[in-house]
Design a protein around this ligand. Structure first.
Ligand code: NAD
Length: 433
């Protein structure tokens, strides 16, 4: 009897289609491939972990305020649920694509494993332009999208959270829509809710707090002081503004921040509370009078010690990585650095705190929220912050140790940590076939 010979090397079925530096799924996969190779991942498991479990595309028809009907497209991708319910935010943006949602769902899978919380990874999105929609239209989109994906949602199966252009208010509508269908209140179906209806204290600040904590650990590790260390932050939304505020409170000097409208710079340090107040009143930084105005791109290559990209994907690329001057990059945003840029930054000796570690504070406190909702017992803010700190510091140490053990950079170290934890559960569970 003849035996079929099987390739012993890892199989890369779709490698040729992953040629675009700015395709977020490619960016995720190229790091995944390398980390999987370093882990000598079994070829079967490699194929399993390379494939999203479930991809849902829905039409979201709603009447606009004008009475006209518009149909939006919504996605929900459950990348891997071997470690627990799928967890991941919902993004409302014109640039949402299935590839982006898939990449973000995969990152959530590795991220939850890096901080060792019992969740799988998911992400969702609706292609729409929130600034051009009324609150009532956004509510109709949120509720109709929720009802379209309701079969996957649930505290034990899939738990959304806010992401770009979605917030507490929308989480309240998701929770209400889901609860109306189930005929009873289910708080744990979504996280990032208002405190009054089962949200967690400290959740709003959690991602920024996590960024501040891992940067503090990185400074310690590199023997750099806190006082006088200069920070530039791209993005002044939830993540960027809180990171800037907490870093300033820690003693760092925040020399620049930026948003969609441009950047502001003061080499002596901005007063972040004042800048936050300004944005509350005037929405954008472009009108701020107390600092020099600079371009969005300039913020990334400014003379500083710590750079925090906290806005969008693919902002540090092969085009500008050589000009980055920071010694540390703390990735508040998901996927801000392309794989090609990684190589350049590594050559320059830049210490990267990768997204799946740096911004994991948000999902960690989302996990605390889910635990509190399910237990019906709520913690004070100090408890939330202390538990968050313990997890972030420990995860930072584990990632650095993994990178050291395998002589890889911190990004690959983080991927290896996450992938190994997900793979371990697959091995223990075996394959249902
Ligand atoms: P947000 O909508 O609150 O803020 C986004 C900010 O980026 C805004 O200030 C916006 O003006 C700015 N921005 C947009 N385009 C820009 C550009 N071209 N140049 C400079 N700034 C620009 O969003 P957020 O919740 O702060 O999320 C930011 C990033 O962090 C996203 O990648 C998100 O996936 C990631 N993230 C968020 C959380 C969370 O808890 N909110 C958790 C983990 C990761």
């Amino acid at each position: 009897m003849s035996t079929i010979s099987r390739p012993s090397l890892l199989i890369r079925p779709e490698k040729d289609t992953f040629l675009n530096e700015e395709n977020p799924f490619e960016a995720m996969m190229s790091r995944f491939d390398y980390a999987a190779e370093r882990l000598s991942l079994d070829p079967g498991l490699y194929k399993v972990l390379r494939s999203p479990e479930k991809q849902i595309i829905v039409s979201v028809p709603i009447p606009l305020d004008s009475g006209e009907v518009e149909v939006f497209t919504g996605y929900r991708v459950l990348y891997n649920t071997s470690r627990g319910p799928a967890k991941g935010g919902i993004r409302f943006d014109l640039n949402v694509t299935l590839d982006e949602v898939k990449a973000l769902a995969a990152w959530m899978t590795w991220k939850c494993a890096v901080v060792n919380i019992p969740f799988g990874g998911a992400k969702g999105g609706v292609v729409c332009d929130p600034p051009n929609l009324s609150l009532a239209e956004l509510e109709r989109i949120t509720r109709r999208y929720t009802s379209a994906i309701i079969d996957t949602l649930g505290p034990d199966s899939d738990v959304p959270a806010p992401d770009v252009n979605t917030n507490e208010r929308m989480m309240a509508w998701i929770m209400d829509t889901y609860s109306m269908h189930k005929r009873h209140t289910v708080t744990a179906v979504v996280t990032g809710k208002p405190i009054e209806m089962g949200g967690s204290l400290g959740r709003r600040e959690a991602t920024g707090r996590g960024c501040m904590l891992v940067t503090r650990e990185a400074l310690k590790r590199l023997g750099m002081p806190v006082k006088g260390t200069r920070v530039a932050v791209q993005g002044f939304g939830n993540v960027g503004s809180i990171t800037a505020q907490l870093m300033e409170e820690l003693g760092l000097t925040v020399v620049a921040v930026s948003d969609k409208s441009g950047g502001i710079y003061n080499p002596k340090g901005l007063r972040i509370r004042e800048v936050q107040q300004h944005v509350k009143q005037h929405r954008f930084l472009s009108e701020y009078k107390e600092a020099e105005h600079i371009g969005n791109q300039q913020v990334l290559t400014l003379d500083c010690d710590v750079l925090v990209p906290a806005a969008l994907e693919n902002v540090i690329t092969s085009q500008n990585a050589r000009d980055v001057k920071a010694r540390i990059i703390c990735e508040g945003a998901n996927g801000p650095t392309t794989a090609n840029a990684d190589k350049i930054l590594e050559e320059k000796g830049v210490f990267i705190i990768p997204d799946i570690l740096a911004n994991a504070g948000g999902v960690t406190v989302s996990y605390f929220e889910w635990v509190q909702d399910r237990g019906g017992y709520f913690w004070d803010e100090e408890t939330v912050n202390q538990r968050l700190e313990r997890i972030m510091v420990h995860s930072f140490e584990e990632v650095v140790a993994m990178a050291g053990k395998h002589s890889v950079n911190t990004r690959i170290g983080a991927y290896m940590q996450g992938i190994e934890r997900v793979a371990a559960v697959h091995r223990l569970r075996g394959m249902y076939a």
